[in-house]
Design a protein around this ligand. Structure first.
Ligand SMILES: Cc1ncc(COP(=O)(O)O)c(C=O)c1O
Length: 404
């Protein structure tokens, strides 16, 4: 029985949808229980004027359709479009905007999203403004008549700040300029956060992370309940062309069936390691929305069904040499980028994912040389705790702990 941490109660039928919403065996010849992989790029037509369901795989593909039906059912969405990566989803969504449109986001986002807004979106003639979206008065001040999109990442990567999705959605409605609210739901997955039910217009995913969950597929997802946005986004995908391969769609559909089980294990491992670190003499602080010490713990319980295996912590001393020694002493955790796979990962955001920000700016957002981002995988909890403990003690010998 999972520990009751006061989060929203999840819908038990989520797991049933994950297993069954990728299609009905009777839709296929021979009724296979698992939908077949259709690798064909093109589909024979019986008439040039009455085209069949599928014509060309960039436009639509049966294996991709199975995946999209399933993911839509999990995000409580009417429409789903999968694309070739999380950043392809960002690129496709941003193309809803026109030169002169104003976009608001936060600066301490995933590094690739920040770089895209700062360079590519600005080159498209979009006015990009970064503000602290935790602060509704700052958002209200930033809103203009030409504000057409607000891009929210919650929790933020890697500082684990939460944005109140329902409050931002209400603020945008009251403002009345019709700004589209997009939520990057990568860190939570639909199992623990469903932004469309809280008023967001679009959800995007780096499906490379929890949805794929096995560190072997790069993919992006776009979900919406709005027919107008779906039509535009569908056109942008067909003509922009960032489609995933049918084989990757098959792997992704397979992964979704175990999403709830994996997420529960990621969460219990993440919480156990975070709690251990909170009591560790070599640790300055732990940033995990599931811990009462997180400044937005109450918001987490109000808007989420739980939390993934992601959190960050600061090593005492805030020193690059100490962080490096810690990271290179790990034996079970792998030092790398990315997250959400079965393998636990530690990352140093300052040099590995957030290096597009200048040091002073980074530090203003809390991305210091001592900030470690943790993605707790599916290994035995005790092995993870022991590994982190031995690497911290290697980096900060007991004698110097008291002097830090
Ligand atoms: C929160 C978040 N959004 C978007 C992306 C980009 O996704 P992808 O690497 O699939 O393009 C990432 C990648 O790490 C991410 O962490």
């Amino acid at each position: 029985m999972a520990e009751d941490l006061g989060y929203l109660k999840n819908d038990p039928s989520f797991c049933t949808r994950a297993v069954h919403k990728s299609g009905n065996p009777d839709d296929w010849t021979h009724a296979p229980l698992v939908p077949p992989i259709t690798l064909a790029t093109t589909f024979k037509q019986n008439s040039p004027t009455k085209l069949g369901t599928h014509l060309y795989t960039r436009i639509s593909n049966p294996t991709r359709d199975c995946l999209e039906s399933c993911l839509a059912a999990l995000e409580d969405a009417k429409h789903c479009l999968t694309v070739s990566s999380g950043l392809a989803a960002l690129n496709t969504i941003t193309h809803l905007l026109r030169p002169g449109d104003h976009l608001i986001s936060m600066e301490d986002l995933y590094g690739g999203t920040y770089t895209f807004f700062k360079n590519i979106a600005r080159n498209m003639g979009i006015e990009v403004q970064f503000t602290d979206l935790r602060d509704l008065s700052a958002l209200k001040k930033a809103l203009r008549r030409n504000t057409k999109m607000v891009w929210v990442e919650t929790p933020t990567n890697p500082t684990m700040k939460l944005i109140d999705i329902a409050a931002v959605a209400t603020t945008l409605k009251e403002h009345g300029a019709g700004a589209i609210m997009v939520v990057d739901n990568t860190f939570m997955s639909p199992y623990y956060q469903r932004p469309l039910t809280l008023g967001a217009d679009i959800v995007m995913h780096s499906m490379t992370k929890y949805l794929g969950g096995h560190s072997d597929v790069v993919m992006g997802g776009i979900l919406t309940n709005r027919d107008d946005l779906y039509e535009k986004l569908s056109f942008l995908r067909t003509i922009g062309g960032p489609v995933p391969s049918p084989f990757d769609c098959y792997l992704m559909t397979r992964s979704l069936k175990t999403l709830s089980l994996r997420m529960e294990r990621h969460m219990s491992n993440g919480l156990a390691v975070a709690r251990f670190l909170e009591t560790h003499p070599c640790v300055e602080k732990v940033l995990h929305p599931g811990l009462p010490s997180h400044p937005q713990h109450e918001l987490a319980k109000r808007q989420n069904y739980g939390h993934s295996g992601m959190f960050s912590f600061c090593v005492k001393g805030n020193d690059m040499a100490i962080s490096t020694k810690f990271l290179t002493s790990l034996k079970v955790f792998t030092l790398t980028v990315s997250l959400a796979g079965p393998e636990s990962i530690c990352t140093l955001p300052a040099t590995m994912t957030q290096n597009a920000l200048y040091k002073e700016r980074r530090e203003r957002y809390g991305i210091t040389d001592g900030l470690i981002r943790v993605s707790c995988g599916l290994e035995a909890t005790q092995d993870l705790i022991e590994d982190i403990d031995q690497a911290l003690r290697a980096a900060i010998p007991e004698g110097i702990t008291s002097r830090l």
